[in-house]
Write a protein that binds this ligand. Structure first.
Ligand code: C5P
Length: 308
């Protein structure tokens, strides 16, 4: 039996370029791993089967559409294992379809858990390549910490960071579809007359002020530099998110932004006490289902328990 712990992410910068011929968008994506995370436990068994526990478990698909199942099959195929046998149990704390890469996290955790269970010892660069085949956000869940993601987000460069930042995540009822949010971002750009093609949109780049704030461990400077090009699209599809963002700002957050493609909203706090206070205020604000105080950065997917 192998248990892997894996973090959720928030994008402290999500710069979105024009639509590429393959339908993806070039990104300048600064990923930040937070302590809110899932655990995936792999045990030997016939075929590839899944189970899930947690408040959102009913929303987690238990068939081959789940990235954890796809990860197990992909790793087995890469090593020529004809008959992979694993049961993957997901302890789910990351909001489902919430913009925090929860499905991607489970895919990354399953890669690592199956690798250990089957004694494969796959080198990290190979695991990162397999992760990129599974989805744009999966490689970062293996890496953790803070990293700049280019291309569609899968080409990662770890970034220097000091200290610990304190966050609150406000979880909405129901998820948002990532492709739908990217499409809405393109539609809003077309509607505004700017256009959405590669020729129309400047290639995004990491903001030097944001990188300096991370390196210096300065939450006030980070708050001033946070940015998400998908935010307007997420709020356009889910106008109530504006109320959630406003409630957090009113309750003293240093900054508020939509996490990735949403609908989870992320709030930066000045310290752990401020985060706990903010989470309580958001939970009672009536603008979200629940709110979690957490911190980061934390490492990527890690084996935390093995037994025979
Ligand atoms: O890579 P992943 O399967 O997670 O992406 C899900 C969807 O999000 C893609 O099919 C695409 O519609 C959108 N996407 C995008 N540009 C990116 C990453 C994702 O348009 N860089």
């Amino acid at each position: 039996m192998v248990t892997v712990r894996v973090p959720a992410k928030v994008n402290v910068q999500l710069g979105v370029g024009g639509v590429r011929p393959d339908g993806y968008h070039d990104l300048a994506n600064v990923f930040f791993a937070v302590a809110l995370g899932d655990q995936v436990t792999a045990t030997s068994g016939p075929g590839v089967t899944l189970s899930c526990d947690g408040p959102d478990a009913a929303a987690v698909p238990l068939d081959d559409s789940n990235l954890a199942a796809r990860a197990a099959r992909l790793l087995a195929a890469h090593h020529g294992l004809a008959d992979p046998g694993v049961h993957l149990h997901i302890d789910k704390a990351i909001p489902v379809a919430g913009g925090m890469a929860g499905g991607s996290a489970d895919g990354a955790a399953a890669l690592l858990a199956c690798d250990a269970l089957w004694g494969l010892d796959t080198p990290l660069p190979t695991l990162l390549e397999l992760a990129a085949e599974l989805g744009s956000d999966v490689p970062f869940a293996l890496l953790g910490g803070v990293a700049l993601g280019r291309g569609r987000g899968e080409l990662l460069e770890p970034l220097p960071v000091s200290g610990t930042f304190h966050w609150v995540f406000a979880v909405a009822d129901g998820g948002l579809s990532t492709p739908a949010v990217f499409r809405e971002c393109d539609r809003l750009r077309e509607e505004s007359g700017l256009g959405s093609s590669l020729a129309d949109v400047p290639t995004p780049d990491a903001d030097p002020a944001l990188l300096a704030a991370l390196a210096e461990g300065d939450p006030v400077a980070l708050a001033a530099a946070l940015g998400n090009d998908l935010q307007a699209a997420a709020v356009s599809l889910r106008p109530a998110l504006a109320d959630t963002l406003h409630a957090g700002t009113e309750a003293g957050a240093l900054a508020a932004l939509v996490s990735g493609s949403g609908p989870t909203c992320a709030f930066l706090a000045k310290d752990a006490d401020a985060a706990a206070h903010l989470a309580t205020a958001l939970r009672t604000s009536g603008t979200c289902r629940t709110a979690h105080a957490t911190h980061g950065p934390v490492p990527g997917a890690q084996v935390v328990k093995t037994s025979a």
